[in-house]
Design a protein around this ligand. Sequence first.
Ligand code: ATP
Length: 336
Amino acid sequence: MYNITLIPGDGIGPEVAYTTKKIIEATGIKINWDIVNAGKTSYEENGVLVPQCVYESIEKNKIVLKGPITTPIGSGFRSINVMLRKKYDLYSNIRPVKSFKGLNSPFKNVDITIFRENTEGLYVGIEEKINENECHAKKIITKKGSRRIIYAAFEYAKKNNKKKVTVAHKANILKFTDGMFLNEARKISLEFPNIEFEEMIIDNMCMQLVSNPSQFEVIVTMNLYGDIISDLCAGLVGGLGMVPGANIGKDIGVFEAVHGSAPDIAGANIANPTALILSGIMMLDYIGEVDRAKLILNALQEIIENDLGKTKDLGGFLSTDEFAEKIIELIKLNKN
Ligand code: ATP
C-alpha cells in the first residue's frame, strides 16, 4: 500500500486529476490517496490558499500527484507552484516530450527530455520598482544549483542510453550567470566521456527545435528558458495536453503536467488528460511500479496510435471521461 498526496488543483485540474487517479487504480495498485487542495478553489471554498494540511501531507507522503494550481493575483503569493518547488527544493524539473504515432504533427520522431533548473534563475521573483518608468528583476544562478541539475541530466542520459546532452544558454550576453552555468556544464561533461556534449545559444535552439527537433535527446537549461522551450516542444507533439513533468528533490517528488489550469475549457469535460496520465506513469516508475507504468503507457499508445479515439485538442471527438474509459478498458483487458 502506497500513501500518495493528490492535489486536484484548479480549472481542468480536478477533471484530469481524478481521471488519472481512476486510470492508475485500474492497474490494481493499492494506493491510499490523501486528497488535499490548494489554490483558487481552495481559497474560494475555505478562504485559505494553501491549507496547513497540504504541507503536512506532502511532508508525510513525499510523493504527490498534482493538478495545475492557479494563484489569484493580489493573494500574497507570487505563485504557489513556484513556492512549493522552492520550499521542498525540487530542483529537477524533468519534462519528457515524445511523439505518439497517429497524431497530426509534421514531426514524427521527437524524443527529447528537458531538464529545467527549478529553484533559481528569474523565478526567484526578486523584482524592484525603481520608479514609474523603470523596473528591475534579478536572475540568481549558483554553482551548486547549476551543478546538481546538470548532473541530473547527465546521469539520466547515462542510465537511459542517450547519446547526447545539449546545454541551452545565453552566455554570449549574460556572461556571469549563464556563463557560470555553461562553464559548470563543460566541466561536468568531462566526467561523461561516452556522452556527446553540445552547447547551444537558446535563440538558436528555438529555431533548431522547430526545424529539426529529432537532433535533440537531453536538454539541460536554466529555469525560464526551460519553461519556454517546454511549451514550444509541446507544440511539436500535439500540444500542451501531451507533455508530463516531474519535480524531483532529495526525497520528495511532485508529478504534474506542463500545462496550466486552462480556465477556457474548465468544467466542459473536453480536457486531454494525457499529460497528467503520463506524469502518473513517471510517478509509478519513480516508486518502482514499472510494470504498472508500462501497462498504462501501452494502453495510451494503443488508443492514440491506432486512432481508437482522441480528445478534441488532438482532433478527436471523445470527452475526457470517454477517453479515460477506453484506457481503463484496455488496461483491464491487458492486465489479465
Ligand atoms: P498558466 O499560466 O497556468 O500556464 P495558461 O492559460 O497560460 O495558464 P494553459 O492553462 O496551459 O496556459 O492553457 C494554454 C492553452 O492550452 C489553453 O487554450 C488551454 O485550453 C489549452 N490546454 C492546456 N492544457 C490542455 C489540456 N490538458 N487539454 C486540452 N487543452 C489544453
